[in-house]
Design a protein around this ligand. Structure first.
Ligand code: SF4
Length: 225
């Protein structure tokens, strides 16, 4: 059985290897109250990662990320973008174990889980990370950042492009925010077309509707081997 350690994380070269290490993690108290570790899911070759806060009740029961009501909305958002969760993206959370009563994970819990998250990002090596909600933003951009202030803006970190937007659970509580969230996701699609796949199309944001100069100077990132 694989023990959790920072060295074990660093040795992992595939998501399957990493998942077997992270599932042994007992670094914070969240694991004791959770059914198990929700590692994440999607395509290992994804160039776009969606990062949420932590598993909820349904996620903890099924040990899969974003499978409750918020997950269904995320799947709809992905579909509107022309993406599918197992084909085009990878979905994960800042903390891998469910916080009790779905409370926000503490700073210490997030810090304890950070090596797991960073190891996932190292292996997936995405070009774009969509940060769903304040916890993801505060973990990967700035502990003091407020989602309402930073959403819709690009941040570059370690050669990756980070786009903060609302968490789907927040959109369920505040449907009026969906319009702004879609604007953020359209920026993600622009960046995806610029850096990953100039031909990526979706009827909800067709290529033809983009400005004429948008394709100029396209710098395409080669697909993963
Ligand atoms: S939440 Fe993260 S750090 Fe805490 S026990 Fe689970 S995997 Fe480990």
């Amino acid at each position: 059985m694989t023990e959790w350690s920072l060295q074990a994380l660093e040795r992992c070269q595939t998501l399957d290897e990493l998942a077997s290490v992270v599932r042994m993690c007992r670094r914070c108290e969240l694991r004791a109250g959770a059914h198990g570790v929700v590692f994440g899911e999607g395509s290992p070759a994804a160039r776009v990662v969606f990062c949420g806060e932590g598993p909820g009740a349904e996620e903890d029961r099924l040990l899969r990320p974003f499978v409750g009501a918020a997950g269904r909305l995320l799947d709809q958002m992905l579909a509107a973008m022309g993406f599918e969760r197992f084909r085009d993206v990878y979905i994960l959370n800042v903390v891998k174990c469910r916080p009790p009563q779905n409370r926000i994970p503490t700073e210490e819990e997030r810090e304890q889980c950070r090596p797991n998250l960073l190891a996932q990002l190292r292996i997936i090596n995405p070009v774009i990370i969509v940060l769903l909600g304040a916890t993801a933003v505060q973990t990967l951009i700035d502990p003091a950042a407020r989602i309402t202030r930073v959403r819709g803006q690009w941040f570059e970190r370690d050669g990756r492009w980070l786009m903060p937007t609302y968490h789907p659970a927040a959109l369920l509580r505040n449907p009026a925010w969906k319009r702004e969230a879609w604007e953020d996701l359209k920026r993600v699609l622009d960046k995806y077309r610029e850096l990953v796949d100039p031909g990526h199309d979706t009827p909800y944001y067709p290529l033809a509707r983009r400005s004429e100069g948008a394709m100029a100077g396209v710098r395409q990132v080669p697909p993963k081997p």
